[in-house]
Design a protein around this ligand. Structure first.
Ligand code: GLA
Length: 635
């Protein structure tokens, strides 16, 4: 399916909230959009209270006028279903349909994302507003795509959710005996005698059961998917030609498994909000882009939101220096995004996000920011042709949302930061110029020569077999500490961990050795490890390097390699520092044309270069000025 429908080339625009502004601003908006080269805007994302001011009573007049104006201006619309923010009347009429926190407190309206995805009243109201929008706008010429909901992620621990959870568990396990066994129910007297005794993992006295928590995340992902599907079917029926999506957001708290969801959307859409002020923002953006492309099966995807200037993160507000908006956008476009979209078009005067940056800042069009927006929008049509070919990658990093979720708890064998470990591999390879894909633990690995599996704490039997098959067939597998520590039920893999793959790696892991923070453990000729080491027993593998210091581990294997079938399995039994990973990748001859601060992505006959540094960069014959980007024919 072609998406967004009727929008040629790369999409450029953002969330547009005309309902927050008097009508006289709308003409100005369309004029400025045209000046900036905007061709797609997302409308109505949080507009429920203006679309259905009273239950069952609709006010579409304003939206009709907005859609018509945008169409007349040649701008496509991603029309949102506004279900991420039910109106006040809804919360008053159906208080039980707003979400309940793990501590049992039921939330009230006043912000957004306050809904209980399992509450019948919310589901019904969602279907109703989606149906009303579909009926009215399915045939509108401005309609380029449907944007269902916004950033699914608000979990709930309500009685509605609890009931749905039990049904989900019954379908999954078939019997309470199977559930008790999978959850290791005899520990701390948690053996269930009736289904009704199973609760959502609400606040409890001390450490919760990790298997219970993990199943709840899986369940929540599925429950949200049901909510999405209900709307999708209504919209699809009204107009099968209009693509349908929802925007993914990134965070360990987000109970959505994008590998499962990606097949349910017509385009993978992602909101990228790097949280770092320094060059890690570029690393995070590249990570987000490579993940999104991989969820999309290697094909096109769409950067649905990013900040034009100031970003609000947990570290406070961070300004974007001149040129950075374009460079971040180019990180995404070069890595497969079919455009660059933003939150939001016009900066709001009021409300909780009044200080969030926008394409049109509070100070209006005569600003540095808007000039950059116009300049970048003007450049995009000239590179659209180059963004057509696929991004080629020979190396994949395993991305396991379930390992991320499962390492969120406080019960782990030591400090483990799954995301940081994945990001570290991505960062070191990016600095070596290597563009990578991500792969699902149980996904197709056949097109990769090397697969790197950082701290894949949870390994299902099927994923373990997948890795075995990949390596036996000639692949090079590189796994790091805590690989396959537990199975899909959070139960420990016995007799050497490693997801039962002790023969594949030619080793057994016999002890976990968390290390004091801040101390380095030197490896012979290989840099150092920090924070976590394992005691490894060789069972056929060769030792590549050993620990030079450390009580139990001194002179014990730190990195090993084992030939297996046509391939080989490397194991890194510790958390290496960046330099040590770099040293290992040198040994594995993983290198590409880019380098630290200079992204180079080859696509078909085209080469994208983004120079984030303050120096001129030379890549082959091409010289890229400081802070600039280019798209040229590949040498
Ligand atoms: C998210 C939302 C937007 C906006 C931005 C601001 O991505 O989808 O509506 O709130 O965050 O950070």
């Amino acid at each position: 399916m072609d998406w967004p429908k009727g929008v040629d080339g790369l999409s450029y625009g953002g969330d547009y909230n005309p309902e927050q502004w008097p009508e006289e601003v709308w003409d100005d908006d369309v004029m400025l959009m045209r000046e900036a080269g905007v061709n797609l805007v997302n409308v109505g994302v949080f507009a429920w209270s203006r679309l259905e001011p009273r239950e069952g009573e609709y006010d579409f007049g304003w939206l009709d006028r907005v859609m018509d104006k945008l169409h007349a201006g040649g701008i496509g619309v991603g029309l949102a279903t506004p279900t991420a923010s039910p109106p006040p009347w809804f919360g008053i009429a159906y208080p039980d349909a707003l979400n309940t926190r793990p501590d049992g407190v039921r939330q009230v309206h006043g912000s957004r994302d306050t809904y209980d995805v399992c509450a019948p009243a919310y589901r019904e109201a969602s279907r109703r507003i989606a149906g009303a929008l579909a009926e009215r706008y399915a045939g509108h010429p401005a309609l380029a795509m449907w944007h269902v909901h916004n950033e699914y992620g608000s979990a709930t621990y309500s009685p509605h959710a609890e009931r749905a959870f039990r049904t989900w568990l019954q379908e999954k396990y078939g019997s309470l005996d199977a559930l008790n066994e999978a959850w290791w129910g005899s520990f701390w007297s948690q053996h269930y005698g009736e289904w009704e005794q199973v609760l959502a993992p609400r606040a409890t006295q001390y450490l919760p059961n990790p298997a219970h928590e993990l199943d709840y995340k899986r369940f929540t992902s599925d429950a949200m998917l049901e909510h999405y599907r209900e709307q999708r079917e209504i919209l699809r029926e009204a107009n099968p030609e209009v693509p349908i999506t929802t925007n993914f957001v990134f965070g360990q708290w987000v109970p959505v498994d994008p590998w499962k969801w990606a097949g349910e959307v017509d385009l993978v859409a992602f909101d990228s909000y790097p949280s770092a002020p320094d060059e890690r923002a570029e690393q995070q953006s590249a990570l987000h882009a490579d993940l999104s492309r991989s969820w999309a099966g290697g094909g096109d995807w769409l950067l649905m939101e990013q900040a034009a200037a100031t970003v609000h993160s947990k570290d406070g507000a961070i300004a974007k220096a001149p040129g950075r908006m374009a460079r971040h956008s180019m990180i995404h476009i070069s890595r497969g995004s079919k455009g660059a979209m933003f939150f939001q078009w016009r900066a709001g005067r009021g409300g909780a996000e009044q200080w969030h940056s926008a394409l049109v800042p509070h100070a209006g069009k005569h600003t540095r920011m808007f000039r950059e927006v116009v300049e970048f929008g003007g450049a995009l049509p000239g590179i659209a042709h180059a963004a057509g070919s696929p991004v080629e990658a020979e190396v994949a990093i395993l991305w396991s949302p379930e390992s991320w979720w499962a390492t969120a708890g406080a019960h782990l064998p030591g400090p483990v930061d799954y995301l940081e470990n994945v990001a570290q591999i991505h960062r070191v390879l990016r600095d070596r110029g290597v563009v990578v894909d991500f792969a699902a633990p149980e996904g197709d690995l056949s097109k990769y020569s090397t697969v790197i599996a950082p701290t894949t704490y949870m390994l299902s039997g099927a994923a373990a077999e997948n890795l075995r098959w990949f390596t036996a067939g000639g692949g090079r597998l590189v796994a790091s500490y805590l690989t396959g520590a537990v199975d899909e039920h959070c139960q420990v893999w016995l007799d050497g961990y490693l997801g039962g793959l002790t023969d594949l790696f030619g080793i057994r892991v016999t002890e976990h050795l968390p290390q004091p923070g801040g101390e380095l453990r030197a490896l012979w000729n290989f840099g150092a490890a920090e924070r976590f080491c394992e005691l490894v027993e060789l069972r056929g593998a060769q030792c590549v390097t050993q620990y030079a210091t450390g009580d139990v581990i001194e002179n014990q294997p730190a990195v090993t390699v084992n030939p297996f079938g046509e391939g080989e399995a490397w194991y890194v039994s510790c958390k290496l520092v960046d330099e040590a990973w770099d040293r290992l990748f040198e040994e594995l001859q993983l290198a590409g044309p880019g380098c630290a601060g200079v992204d180079v992505v080859d696509r078909g006959e085209w080469r994208f270069i983004v120079n984030h540094t303050e120096r001129e960069a030379q890549v082959g014959q091409v010289v890229v000025p400081a802070g600039a980007w280019t798209v040229d024919k590949r040498p």
